[in-house]
Design a protein around this ligand. Sequence first.
Ligand code: HEM
Length: 474
Amino acid sequence: MVELGALPTVLALFLGLVLAFLVKFFFSRAHTNLPHGKMGWPLLGETLAYLKPHKSDSIGIFLQEHCSRYGKVFKSHLFGHRTIVSCDHELNMFILQNEEKLFQSSYPQALHGILGRNSLILVSGDVHKKLRSLALGMIGGTKSTVNFLPSIESLSISMMESWKGCKEVVFCKEAKRFTFNLMMKQSLSIGPDEAVTAQILEDFHTFMKGFVSLPIYIPGTSYHKAVKARERITSTIKGIIEGRRKENRLQNGDFLDVILSKENLTDEERVSLILDLLLGGHETTATLMALLIYFLAHSPQALQQLREEHLAIRKNKNDGELLSWEDYKQMNFTLNVIYEGLRCGNVVKFVHRKSLEDIRFKEYLIPAGWKVLPVFTAVHHDPCLHENPWDFNPWRWDDQATNKKVSFFGGGQRLCPGADLAKLETAFFLHHLVLNYRWKIKGDNFPLAYPYVEFHKELAIEMEPIHKTLEQKC
Ligand code: HEM
């Protein structure tokens, strides 16, 4: 028998249990279709495990384990937020295509400190539209990329010349110099030998280290150094802008001319756009080139076919004659190789989004305000989409359908504006490389996803010049 005095306690206990039951019932009703998964540690969630470096031509243990336990779409707690991770191609496409409607770009706050609040990748709405259309006008599509041809050719040729007599080359360094010099020339009309070029490149190096550092703004930390490096680059670009204004000359035919001629931009936006082009335009493409050096070194058959394609192009040209847009259109296998390098190597592993409202997709619910991460690497290595996904097989691109099963340049309103340029640069660089050199990777080196791709010691390679035989010169 319950004593009368204990009745209030029993009642309170009973009511508490009913309340707990109701909360659990309604909460789980509202989130019935929340993808499975776990939230990990308080605050940190599963961020450290998610960011654990792995071979960039694999999906890594975290995704492997989570996908096999919870499926291609799962919940987690990453970068300080409740998160839906998507390794499902259809959902990824849905996310990218619904930018600003159901989802919005949402990069970690620490990146705002490094990139600056006007960076194209961080802004949204009308400011994004305005800056993006300017960027597209300068680097997107055939009309713009054709303007890059002479600089790409001369930089490729001088790179090959500079390797003469070298037995070994630290490739990532060389590739970054190549892509950065190109962007400096097109953006600011500044040549590779000018002191300011080396100084900004050095600052970008520091800047990149800050991307994966803890966002602690104390002197000595990588994050602090990166923010300071950005400030230095910004003030250098501001100085160049002021110089142009003083001299009142806008006939360089470079991006800065275009940007200065637009009256609807603030100076902060002008500097930020130049910074975006310099940064976006050099790191990613240099990584792609390094990945191709790596994959081709392990695929003699693909390298042979690539060489044959470029020998055939040379056959129809005079000695020393520069490549043209028509030649580029003949580089079909080269593009297969580039696409396969992007698919296998994964220059950009995933992008950051957030959901703007409760969204239902297939059987899943994505609650409003959650972080959403479309993971491209997982799609690129999905055996349901790609046969033997771990094989470097450029011939898979002969099938047009392969193109619909990848997203290395993102998509929707944020599709990379530099995609065409990156392909063109890489194709011309490959032309000169395969006709002039053979190479071997030094040691047991492979690309690692940090998640941005890096090689041990910046990928040292052994070089051997190809002595042009009669067959090659034709
Ligand atoms: C292999 C080379 C490249 C890869 C793999 C790549 C990849 C990407 C991806 C995945 C995005 C989408 C980011 C998102 O949705 O959040 C992006 C955006 C962007 N990329 Fe690239 N990119 C490459 C080359 C370039 C080049 C050469 C430039 C400039 C010259 C460039 C400039 C940009 C800019 C400015 C954005 C932001 C676009 C926006 O938010 O509207 N990229 N890139």
